[in-house]
Design a protein around this ligand. Structure first.
Ligand SMILES: Cc1cc2nc3c(=O)[nH]c(=O)nc-3n(C[C@H](O)[C@H](O)[C@H](O)COP(=O)(O)O)c2cc1C
Length: 211
C-alpha cells in the first residue's frame, strides 16, 4: 500500500510538472537578454571582411543550422555548395569584372561576393513551388547562427544572376554539380566582419494586427 501511494505521488508530480513547465525555455545571454532576439536585432549585412575564410568546423555548424530549418513536407528542396578556395572566387570575380569593370573601382572591392571569403551557393528545386521558401528559411538559419558565433554575412542575389547568365561563369556552375531541375537561386557570403553597419530603417506599418 505504501509503495502504491509512493508510486502514485511520483506519477502525479510528473504530470503536474509537465503541465506547468514549458517544453522550451527562454534562452538568455550573459546580460540576461533573450539571446535569439538579440542576434536577430543586431545582425546586419556585412560587406567588409577579414581576408581569411571561415573556419570549416564553424561552417559545418552553420550548415547544420541551415538544414534544420522548417521546410515544406520535409522535402528539403535545396542543394548547397560551399566555396572557400580564393582561386575559385578570384576566377569568378575576374569574369565578373570583365562585364562590370566599374565594380573594381571601389577601393574596398575584394571580390564579386561583396568581398566575402567564403560563399554558400544555394540552388532550389524548380519543380517544387515551395522550394524558394525552403531556401530562404534555410538561409536565414545559416545567417543568424553565423552571426550568433561572430560571423558576418550578406545574402546575394546579384552574383547568382550573373553566374546563371554569363556563359563562362555558368560553366563553373556545372562543375558544382547541382542535381537535375536544381538552379542557383542566390548566394550567401560569409566571413569575419571588418565593419559594423547600422540598421537600415524598417516599415512597421506593413504589418497590421486584425481585430
Ligand atoms: C534575396 C536577397 C538578395 C540580396 N542581394 C544582394 C546583393 O546582390 N548585393 C548586396 O549587396 N546585398 C544584397 N542583399 C542584402 C540586402 O541589401 C539587405 O539585406 C537589405 O538591404 C537590408 O539590410 P540588412 O541586411 O543590413 O538589414 C540581398 C538580400 C536578399 C534577402
Amino acid at each position: 500500500m505504501k509503495a502504491l501511494k509512493y508510486l502514485l505521488s511520483i506519477v502525479c508530480s510528473v504530470a503536474l510538472f509537465s503541465c506547468t513547465v514549458p517544453v522550451q525555455q527562454e534562452v538568455k545571454n550573459h546580460e540576461g537578454k533573450n539571446a535569439v532576439i538579440e542576434t536577430i536585432m543586431t545582425r546586419r549585412s556585412v560587406r567588409k571582411y577579414l581576408p581569411q575564410a571561415v573556419n570549416r568546423d564553424t561552417m559545418q555548424v552553420i550548415v547544420e543550422c541551415g538544414i534544420n530549418a522548417p521546410n515544406a513536407i520535409n522535402r528539403q528542396a535545396w542543394e548547397v555548395r560551399i566555396v572557400d578556395n580564393p582561386k575559385v572566387i578570384k576566377k569568378l570575380t575576374d569574369l565578373y569584372i570583365k562585364d562590370n569593370p566599374k565594380a573594381a573601382e571601389d577601393p574596398n572591392f575584394q571580390n564579386m561576393f561583396r568581398n566575402a571569403p567564403t560563399v554558400a551557393f544555394i540552388a532550389n528545386d524548380t519543380t517544387f513551388p515551395f522550394s524558394p521558401v525552403d531556401c530562404g528559411l534555410m538561409a536565414e538559419n545559416m545567417i543568424l547562427s553565423a552571426w550568433s558565433m561572430g560571423i558576418g554575412s550578406c545574402c546575394l542575389g546579384g552574383p547568382a544572376r550573373f553566374m546563371t547568365s554569363n556563359a563562362e561563369a555558368s560553366g563553373y556552375l556545372e562543375e558544382m554539380g547541382f542535381s537535375e531541375n536544381f538552379e542557383l537561386l542566390f548566394c550567401i557570403g560569409f566571413g569575419y566582419p571588418a565593419e559594423t553597419p547600422k540598421a537600415k530603417p524598417r516599415n512597421a506599418e506593413k504589418v497590421k494586427f486584425m481585430d
